[in-house]
Design a protein around this ligand. Structure first.
Ligand SMILES: NC(=O)c1ccc[n+]([C@@H]2O[C@H](COP(=O)([O-])OP(=O)(O)OC[C@H]3O[C@@H](n4cnc5c(N)ncnc54)[C@H](O)[C@@H]3O)[C@@H](O)[C@H]2O)c1
Length: 432
């Protein structure tokens, strides 16, 4: 089985199946397609699959042109049995958190049910979704070996390989970001490594699926904790009237031992706010309290409240209050130059402003509609008229294609939570 699969990998005659065609799955399709490897992409979302068939991408990192270029090798489908033709299946389904901050792995379970409907003899199955250490060997492995028919490493291959894609990052993409892989057995690791080497410049094998699972969590916890630290520094510096941005700029001149992280209005996206809690949940089973994760979650979670307090402070300088003011929010995506609003701090901030009686409008060149509870907000154009109507502008996400000079020239008070207006600092621009 191993030789057959390796031969197909080596002569590029294999077909790669991707289960879940989102921010993670679609770039993988593009990566293998670029190497002229056949791919089958299965998703339960009929609209997404219909768009892909027409060569229309819904992910900002994959252009329509890039998608069209790989379409000759790519079969988008909503039919499970089409995945039978795949030699490898990469699982890229969501892994959300429950409200109680417990892992919600129902999408992984659904993916597993799909794979069990296939004949997976001879196939490589790789879990790419971020999850707690042990998921691959405690959940996937027993389910796939359950019938007693197939043995891992012999009849089929099973690995974990964390996805490190950073949407909107112009420098690093799936091709030039090292891929970590850990298999259940050495054979599993070897076939996974060779598979990814087709599309990715460098692959780093590790000794087990649990190591690979923990790598991803460490990376995201590292970010969450450091962002938490700098957010706390920002709150303190504000109280002490010290410019945090200048502090970071100067500290960054140290060539070793310091890596800059920047404060902001709160964490967002599908990863950093959620993933760390996958580990803290699992740690409880080992009677271990992950204090850094909890503390970072607490500090980062307090940022929307801090921002709304600051908003009130700034309006106060103009003898106004949040209640009754029109607040124009700039940027509602969770980070710059992307259209993703999942877990965006803008949503919490809008909710808090609404509660205080503020009237919110937003401009975001990437986001046409934004749901906040039961209310749907629509993007407005950034015009002099709209700016004149605003009592204050609240910069939450600093997209690079926004006319910040126009903002400055409007002379409206601006509360800038990203230092996006650093070139235009003036007395009406406020920050942490
Ligand atoms: N978005 C990122 O930047 C990023 C980065 C690294 C890792 N991750 C991780 O990768 C995983 C996927 O994230 P994403 O951002 O691509 O999510 P996504 O929501 O963009 O895409 C997931 C896709 O899976 C599909 N899906 C759901 N259930 C399915 C099923 N049973 N069968 C087939 N398809 C199904 C959905 O319709 C959707 O298209 C998550 O675990 C996430 O934590 C995401």
């Amino acid at each position: 089985m191993k030789k057959r699969l390796l031969d197909k990998i080596r002569d590029r005659s294999l077909t790669v199946g991707v289960l879940g065609l989102g921010y993670v799955g679609l770039p993988l399709i593009a990566g293998f397609g670029e190497k002229k490897v056949k791919t089958i992409g299965y998703d339960i979302n009929k609209e997404k699959v219909a768009m892909l068939k027409k060569g229309r991408s819904y992910i900002t990192d994959i252009s329509d042109a890039e998608l069209k270029a790989v379409l000759p090798y790519f079969k988008p489908t909503t039919t499970v049995k089409d995945l039978n033709a795949a030699d490898a299946i990469l699982i890229c389904v969501p892994t959300p958190l429950r409200k109680t901050k417990e892992p919600d792995i129902r999408f992984i379970m659904a993916a597993l049910d799909i794979i069990k409907q296939l004949d997976y003899k001879g196939k490589l199955i790789v879990l790419e979704s971020t999850t707690y250490p042990g998921t691959t060997e405690e959940i996937l492995l027993p389910a796939l070996e359950m019938s007693g028919k197939y043995k891992v490493g012999k009849d089929f291959f099973l690995s974990f390989s964390p996805e490190r894609v950073d949407p909107g990052n112009k420098r690093y993409n799936i091709k030039n970001t090292t891929k970590v892989v850990g298999g259940v057995t050495k054979q599993c690791t070897q076939v996974s490594k060779e598979l990814y080497e087709i599309a990715i410049e460098s692959v780093h094998p590790v000794s087990s699926t649990r190591v690979a699972e923990t790598v991803k969590l460490l990376e995201n916890i590292y970010r969450s904790v450091n962002i938490g630290l700098i957010n706390e520094m920002a709150q303190l510096c504000h109280r002490m009237d010290i410019d945090i941005w200048k502090v970071i700029e100067a500290a960054s001149t140290k060539p070793y031992g310091f890596m800059p992280f920047y404060p902001g209005p709160g964490l967002g996206g599908h990863c950093i706010p959620l993933d760390p809690f996958y580990l803290s949940w699992k740690a409880k089973a080992y009677d271990f309290n992950t204090r850094f994760i909890e503390l970072a979650g607490e500090v980062n979670g307090s940022m929307p409240y801090f921002v709304v307090d600051l908003l009130g402070e700034v309006l106060n300088k103009y003898k106004k209050s949040i209640n009754g003011s029109t607040i124009l929010i700039m940027g509602v995506a969770y980070k710059e130059d992307i259209d993703d609003t999942r877990e965006s701090p803008a949503i919490d901030i809008i909710r808090l402003i609404e509660k205080k009686g503020g009237n919110v409008k937003y401009h975001d060149p990437y986001v046409e509609k934004l749901n906040v509870g039961s209310k749907v907000y629509s993007n407005i154009s950034l015009t002099k008229v709209q700016l004149a109507k605003a009592d204050i502008v609240l910069l939450i996400t600093a997209h690079s294609n926004v006319d910040y000079k126009m903002l400055k020239d409007s002379k409206r008070p601006v509360l800038d939570t990203r230092n996006g207006m650093k070139k235009f600092r003036s007395k009406n621009i406020f920050t942490f």
